[in-house]
Design a protein around this ligand. Sequence first.
Ligand code: GLA
Length: 388
Amino acid sequence: MKHNLHQEFNKLYNKEADNAYFSPGRVNLIGEHIDYNGGLVMPCAITFGTYLLTSPNEDGVFRFSSLNFTEKHEIPLQQHYEKEGNGWFNFPLGVIAHFLKDGHQLKGLDMLYYGDIPISSGLSSSASIEVVTAYALNDIFNGGYSKLDLVKLSKSVENNFIGVNSGIMDQFAVTFGEKNKALMLNCDTLDYQAVDSNLGDYILAIINTNKPRKLAESKYNERVQECKEALTALQKELNINHLCDIDADTFKKYEHLITNPVVLKRAKHVIEENDRVKLAAAALANNDLAEFGKLMYASHDSLRDLYEVSGIELDAVAEYSKTNPNVAGARMTGAGFGGCAIALVKGDAFDDYSKGVTEYYTNKIGYAPSVYSSLIGNGVGLLNVAVN
Ligand code: GLA
């Protein structure tokens, strides 16, 4: 790691940190814009994440500092908080507000954050900071929450304090992630299985388009709304609670109920993508990475054409990947509108892929992407346990 966090904490607060925690970011292998439609997703935790060092204080004050931002924040302990502007500290502040709302007795706390997840890259830096804070408060103040409670609490912070109507996938993945496993998560029932992410000769590449995700939040909420509209239209004749309660064949019989052509495209993506996750799970179980890769490309195309959340930058990564024989598949990951793509690349051809995609992307877009080879890591925990 770039920093000695304990030393930094000491410099900042003039005392030792008592506790240290880590929560990862995540990539989603397949199943995009599915979680808020009650379907199946396949995320995994990555080894990039958010570190948090803490020490309680007797001043009745919450102090937020981060090595990633110059902005610091200090706020007295009170019973109620609102989001304040767009500062990064709103994520932990929202978690604190939730604990207080639930009736927990908190004390002042000095906090130092550091994250190595590229911000606004679609790798869930926000879920990561929410979950690491929730985990830490639960530990320090004996909150008595289960891990699943912490997932739900963090999602509620994202929805109600931050104002993004996201589903549960990100908070779930960064909490329950397991080393070298992908999570097959049913976002309706929250049942999940950690399945071996046995990629054989392939490794997972993460390609950050380095395009800041401007307007992403309002566009995201717009998609959530469009899916609600599609569901309401289908409910005229179908007894369903979520779009993902039906498969593509059933959808064909009822799609005439959706009269708005844009909403129709959104629903088609969601329902077909959910079917693709089932096929992808079978392909992974059979070690059929060629098939898995094809499904990744199909997912990307659908997010580009039907859900319209891609963009020339993410498309450029998928386009290049299709021309490289050492790539089984590639797709955008996360909400879209910029951010990151992932690719399944033959391990011994990673450097060549990295060079090729950088050259293609830079020629087309005018600036370079960042390319990483990613490891699948553990979910949230005490720092020494989670990072190994
Ligand atoms: C963001 C949201 C998730 C999920 C993805 C798209 O990451 O936070 O809940 O909807 O977008 O799959």
